[in-house]
Design a binder for this molecule. Structure first.
Ligand SMILES: NC(=O)c1ccc[n+]([C@@H]2O[C@H](COP(=O)([O-])OP(=O)(O)OC[C@H]3O[C@@H](n4cnc5c(N)ncnc54)[C@H](O)[C@@H]3O)[C@@H](O)[C@H]2O)c1
Length: 238
Protein backbone atom coordinates (compact mmCIF):
# COMPACT_ATOMS: atom_id res chain seq x y z
CA UNK A 1 0.00 0.00 0.00
CA UNK A 2 1.53 3.28 -1.11
CA UNK A 3 0.01 6.28 0.64
CA UNK A 4 1.05 9.82 -0.24
CA UNK A 5 -0.35 13.29 -0.65
CA UNK A 6 0.52 12.96 -4.31
CA UNK A 7 -1.81 11.04 -6.62
CA UNK A 8 1.25 9.50 -8.30
CA UNK A 9 0.98 6.56 -5.89
CA UNK A 10 -1.87 5.07 -7.91
CA UNK A 11 0.25 4.68 -11.07
CA UNK A 12 3.27 3.59 -8.98
CA UNK A 13 1.24 0.85 -7.26
CA UNK A 14 -0.13 -0.35 -10.60
CA UNK A 15 3.42 -0.57 -11.97
CA UNK A 16 4.56 -2.55 -8.89
CA UNK A 17 1.56 -4.90 -9.17
CA UNK A 18 2.23 -5.49 -12.87
CA UNK A 19 6.00 -5.93 -12.53
CA UNK A 20 6.00 -8.19 -9.48
CA UNK A 21 2.60 -9.89 -9.78
CA UNK A 22 1.54 -8.86 -6.28
CA UNK A 23 -1.40 -6.97 -4.84
CA UNK A 24 -0.48 -3.30 -4.57
CA UNK A 25 -2.68 -0.28 -4.05
CA UNK A 26 -1.98 3.42 -4.24
CA UNK A 27 -4.01 5.86 -2.22
CA UNK A 28 -3.94 9.63 -1.80
CA UNK A 29 -3.73 10.53 1.88
CA UNK A 30 -2.77 13.58 3.89
CA UNK A 31 -1.06 12.05 6.93
CA UNK A 32 -1.69 15.18 9.00
CA UNK A 33 -5.45 14.52 8.91
CA UNK A 34 -6.65 11.90 11.44
CA UNK A 35 -9.76 11.01 9.42
CA UNK A 36 -7.71 10.27 6.31
CA UNK A 37 -5.19 8.17 8.25
CA UNK A 38 -8.02 6.23 9.90
CA UNK A 39 -9.65 5.66 6.50
CA UNK A 40 -6.33 4.44 5.11
CA UNK A 41 -5.93 2.01 8.01
CA UNK A 42 -9.44 0.65 7.49
CA UNK A 43 -8.75 0.23 3.75
CA UNK A 44 -5.57 -1.77 4.38
CA UNK A 45 -7.26 -4.05 6.91
CA UNK A 46 -10.26 -4.54 4.61
CA UNK A 47 -7.98 -5.40 1.67
CA UNK A 48 -5.23 -7.44 3.36
CA UNK A 49 -6.74 -8.48 6.71
CA UNK A 50 -3.69 -7.36 8.73
CA UNK A 51 -0.81 -4.86 8.75
CA UNK A 52 2.69 -6.23 9.19
CA UNK A 53 4.83 -3.20 8.35
CA UNK A 54 4.47 0.57 8.57
CA UNK A 55 7.13 2.79 7.02
CA UNK A 56 6.79 6.47 7.92
CA UNK A 57 8.62 8.01 4.99
CA UNK A 58 6.68 11.17 4.10
CA UNK A 59 8.31 14.48 4.92
CA UNK A 60 7.89 18.12 4.10
CA UNK A 61 10.41 18.77 1.36
CA UNK A 62 10.00 21.44 -1.27
CA UNK A 63 11.05 20.29 -4.72
CA UNK A 64 10.97 22.66 -7.66
CA UNK A 65 10.68 26.41 -7.65
CA UNK A 66 8.15 29.05 -6.68
CA UNK A 67 7.70 31.40 -3.75
CA UNK A 68 7.21 28.55 -1.33
CA UNK A 69 10.62 27.09 -2.21
CA UNK A 70 12.23 30.47 -1.62
CA UNK A 71 10.55 30.64 1.80
CA UNK A 72 11.46 27.04 2.63
CA UNK A 73 15.16 27.88 2.37
CA UNK A 74 14.85 31.23 4.17
CA UNK A 75 17.51 32.03 6.78
CA UNK A 76 16.59 31.18 10.37
CA UNK A 77 16.13 34.80 11.40
CA UNK A 78 13.34 35.17 8.81
CA UNK A 79 12.08 31.59 8.82
CA UNK A 80 8.28 31.62 8.22
CA UNK A 81 6.27 30.31 11.16
CA UNK A 82 3.81 28.55 8.86
CA UNK A 83 6.55 26.44 7.23
CA UNK A 84 8.06 25.59 10.64
CA UNK A 85 4.62 24.44 11.80
CA UNK A 86 3.91 22.55 8.58
CA UNK A 87 7.16 20.60 9.00
CA UNK A 88 6.16 19.69 12.57
CA UNK A 89 2.77 18.55 11.28
CA UNK A 90 4.03 16.40 8.41
CA UNK A 91 7.27 15.06 9.88
CA UNK A 92 6.14 14.45 13.47
CA UNK A 93 2.35 14.64 13.74
CA UNK A 94 2.03 12.57 10.55
CA UNK A 95 4.15 9.79 12.07
CA UNK A 96 2.22 10.14 15.35
CA UNK A 97 -1.15 9.68 13.61
CA UNK A 98 0.03 6.77 11.45
CA UNK A 99 1.59 4.97 14.42
CA UNK A 100 -1.52 5.58 16.50
CA UNK A 101 -3.98 4.22 13.92
CA UNK A 102 -1.85 1.38 12.53
CA UNK A 103 -0.25 0.61 15.89
CA UNK A 104 -3.71 -0.23 17.27
CA UNK A 105 -4.04 -2.92 14.59
CA UNK A 106 -0.55 -4.24 15.41
CA UNK A 107 -1.34 -4.31 19.15
CA UNK A 108 -4.41 -6.44 18.39
CA UNK A 109 -2.30 -8.74 16.19
CA UNK A 110 0.50 -8.67 18.81
CA UNK A 111 2.96 -8.26 15.95
CA UNK A 112 4.25 -5.61 13.60
CA UNK A 113 7.26 -3.62 12.51
CA UNK A 114 7.46 0.15 12.25
CA UNK A 115 10.27 1.98 10.45
CA UNK A 116 10.62 5.74 10.74
CA UNK A 117 12.75 7.44 8.10
CA UNK A 118 14.84 10.08 9.86
CA UNK A 119 18.00 11.69 8.43
CA UNK A 120 21.71 12.15 9.04
CA UNK A 121 20.84 15.74 10.01
CA UNK A 122 18.56 14.38 12.74
CA UNK A 123 21.76 13.15 14.41
CA UNK A 124 24.05 16.09 13.75
CA UNK A 125 23.67 19.68 12.75
CA UNK A 126 24.68 20.19 9.14
CA UNK A 127 27.98 22.00 8.79
CA UNK A 128 26.46 25.24 7.49
CA UNK A 129 29.62 26.01 5.54
CA UNK A 130 28.57 23.41 2.92
CA UNK A 131 25.79 25.74 1.75
CA UNK A 132 28.01 28.78 1.24
CA UNK A 133 27.51 29.95 -2.35
CA UNK A 134 25.20 27.00 -3.08
CA UNK A 135 22.25 27.83 -5.28
CA UNK A 136 18.88 26.12 -5.45
CA UNK A 137 18.74 25.11 -9.13
CA UNK A 138 14.98 25.77 -9.23
CA UNK A 139 14.78 29.20 -7.60
CA UNK A 140 18.29 30.53 -8.14
CA UNK A 141 18.11 31.45 -4.44
CA UNK A 142 19.84 29.97 -1.41
CA UNK A 143 19.92 26.26 -0.63
CA UNK A 144 20.29 24.72 2.83
CA UNK A 145 18.82 22.30 5.33
CA UNK A 146 16.03 24.21 7.11
CA UNK A 147 15.95 24.11 10.90
CA UNK A 148 12.47 22.56 10.97
CA UNK A 149 13.69 19.61 8.90
CA UNK A 150 16.69 18.82 11.11
CA UNK A 151 14.74 19.38 14.33
CA UNK A 152 11.81 17.17 13.37
CA UNK A 153 14.14 14.38 12.21
CA UNK A 154 15.90 14.49 15.60
CA UNK A 155 12.46 14.33 17.24
CA UNK A 156 11.52 11.33 15.12
CA UNK A 157 14.52 9.41 16.48
CA UNK A 158 13.37 9.75 20.09
CA UNK A 159 9.75 9.19 19.04
CA UNK A 160 11.10 5.86 17.73
CA UNK A 161 12.76 4.99 21.05
CA UNK A 162 9.62 5.90 22.99
CA UNK A 163 7.31 3.66 20.96
CA UNK A 164 9.90 0.85 20.85
CA UNK A 165 9.95 0.63 24.63
CA UNK A 166 6.22 1.30 24.94
CA UNK A 167 5.26 -1.54 22.60
CA UNK A 168 8.14 -3.95 23.32
CA UNK A 169 5.80 -6.33 25.16
CA UNK A 170 3.22 -6.20 22.35
CA UNK A 171 5.41 -7.86 19.72
CA UNK A 172 5.91 -4.58 17.86
CA UNK A 173 9.43 -3.45 16.90
CA UNK A 174 10.06 0.21 16.11
CA UNK A 175 13.30 1.42 14.53
CA UNK A 176 14.61 4.44 12.65
CA UNK A 177 16.76 4.70 9.55
CA UNK A 178 18.92 7.80 9.17
CA UNK A 179 19.97 8.12 5.54
CA UNK A 180 22.52 10.56 4.22
CA UNK A 181 21.84 12.86 1.29
CA UNK A 182 20.84 11.32 -2.03
CA UNK A 183 22.44 12.89 -5.09
CA UNK A 184 19.96 14.66 -7.33
CA UNK A 185 20.17 17.90 -9.31
CA UNK A 186 22.23 19.69 -6.67
CA UNK A 187 24.57 22.62 -7.11
CA UNK A 188 28.04 21.15 -7.70
CA UNK A 189 29.56 23.51 -5.09
CA UNK A 190 27.26 21.99 -2.47
CA UNK A 191 27.94 18.43 -3.66
CA UNK A 192 31.70 18.95 -3.48
CA UNK A 193 31.55 20.60 -0.04
CA UNK A 194 29.32 17.83 1.34
CA UNK A 195 31.40 15.05 -0.22
CA UNK A 196 34.49 16.51 1.43
CA UNK A 197 32.80 15.87 4.81
CA UNK A 198 31.85 12.27 4.00
CA UNK A 199 34.49 9.53 4.45
CA UNK A 200 33.15 7.68 1.35
CA UNK A 201 33.56 11.05 -0.44
CA UNK A 202 30.19 11.14 -2.24
CA UNK A 203 26.46 11.49 -1.80
CA UNK A 204 24.27 8.37 -1.88
CA UNK A 205 22.63 6.84 -4.92
CA UNK A 206 18.86 6.49 -4.59
CA UNK A 207 19.02 2.67 -4.50
CA UNK A 208 21.55 2.44 -1.66
CA UNK A 209 19.00 2.30 1.17
CA UNK A 210 16.83 -0.59 0.04
CA UNK A 211 19.02 -3.18 1.79
CA UNK A 212 18.79 -1.28 5.08
CA UNK A 213 15.01 -0.88 4.73
CA UNK A 214 14.56 -4.59 3.98
CA UNK A 215 16.76 -5.48 6.95
CA UNK A 216 14.80 -3.26 9.34
CA UNK A 217 11.31 -4.40 8.29
CA UNK A 218 12.13 -8.12 8.15
CA UNK A 219 13.00 -10.80 10.69
CA UNK A 220 16.67 -10.21 9.79
CA UNK A 221 16.48 -7.48 12.48
CA UNK A 222 14.35 -9.53 14.91
CA UNK A 223 16.54 -8.59 17.92
CA UNK A 224 16.49 -4.89 17.10
CA UNK A 225 14.12 -2.28 18.46
CA UNK A 226 14.52 1.35 19.46
CA UNK A 227 17.58 1.56 17.21
CA UNK A 228 18.59 4.22 14.75
CA UNK A 229 20.52 2.77 11.84
CA UNK A 230 22.70 5.46 10.30
CA UNK A 231 23.61 4.86 6.65
CA UNK A 232 25.47 7.98 5.64
CA UNK A 233 28.78 7.10 3.97
CA UNK A 234 30.41 7.77 7.33
CA UNK A 235 29.39 11.46 7.56
CA UNK A 236 28.50 11.27 11.26
CA UNK A 237 31.66 9.29 12.08
CA UNK A 238 33.80 12.37 11.41
N1 LIG B 1 16.58 12.54 -0.33
C1 LIG B 1 17.49 12.67 0.62
O1 LIG B 1 18.62 13.12 0.39
C2 LIG B 1 17.16 12.25 2.04
C3 LIG B 1 18.19 12.20 3.00
C4 LIG B 1 17.88 11.82 4.30
C5 LIG B 1 16.58 11.50 4.63
N2 LIG B 1 15.60 11.56 3.68
C6 LIG B 1 14.24 11.22 4.08
O2 LIG B 1 13.77 10.17 3.27
C7 LIG B 1 12.36 10.31 3.10
C8 LIG B 1 12.04 10.34 1.63
O3 LIG B 1 12.76 11.44 1.06
P1 LIG B 1 12.64 11.82 -0.48
O4 LIG B 1 13.90 12.43 -0.86
O5 LIG B 1 12.09 10.66 -1.25
O6 LIG B 1 11.57 12.98 -0.37
P2 LIG B 1 10.39 13.36 -1.36
O7 LIG B 1 10.12 14.82 -1.17
O8 LIG B 1 10.67 12.86 -2.74
O9 LIG B 1 9.18 12.53 -0.77
C9 LIG B 1 8.47 12.97 0.34
C10 LIG B 1 7.02 12.55 0.09
O10 LIG B 1 6.24 12.95 1.23
C11 LIG B 1 4.97 13.27 0.73
N3 LIG B 1 4.22 14.09 1.67
C12 LIG B 1 4.50 15.35 2.06
N4 LIG B 1 3.55 15.78 2.91
C13 LIG B 1 2.65 14.76 3.04
C14 LIG B 1 1.43 14.62 3.76
N5 LIG B 1 0.95 15.59 4.52
N6 LIG B 1 0.76 13.45 3.65
C15 LIG B 1 1.25 12.44 2.87
N7 LIG B 1 2.39 12.53 2.17
C16 LIG B 1 3.07 13.69 2.26
C17 LIG B 1 5.26 14.03 -0.57
O11 LIG B 1 4.13 14.07 -1.41
C18 LIG B 1 6.42 13.23 -1.15
O12 LIG B 1 5.98 12.24 -2.06
C19 LIG B 1 11.96 11.59 3.84
O13 LIG B 1 11.51 11.26 5.13
C20 LIG B 1 13.25 12.36 3.90
O14 LIG B 1 13.27 13.27 4.97
C21 LIG B 1 15.86 11.93 2.39
Amino acid sequence: MLADLSGETVAAATAIADTHGIAALGVTVDITRPNEVNRLTEMVVAKFGRIDILINNAALTIAGGGARAAQYFAPFEEYPLDLWEEALHVNLTGAFLCCQAIGKVMVTQRSGVILNIASDVGNISPDHRIYEGAVNPHTGGPFNTPIAYATTKAGLINFTRYLATYWADKGIRVNALSPGGVFAAHDSRFVDALAARIPLARMANADEYKGAVLFLVSDASSYMTGANLIVDGGRTAW
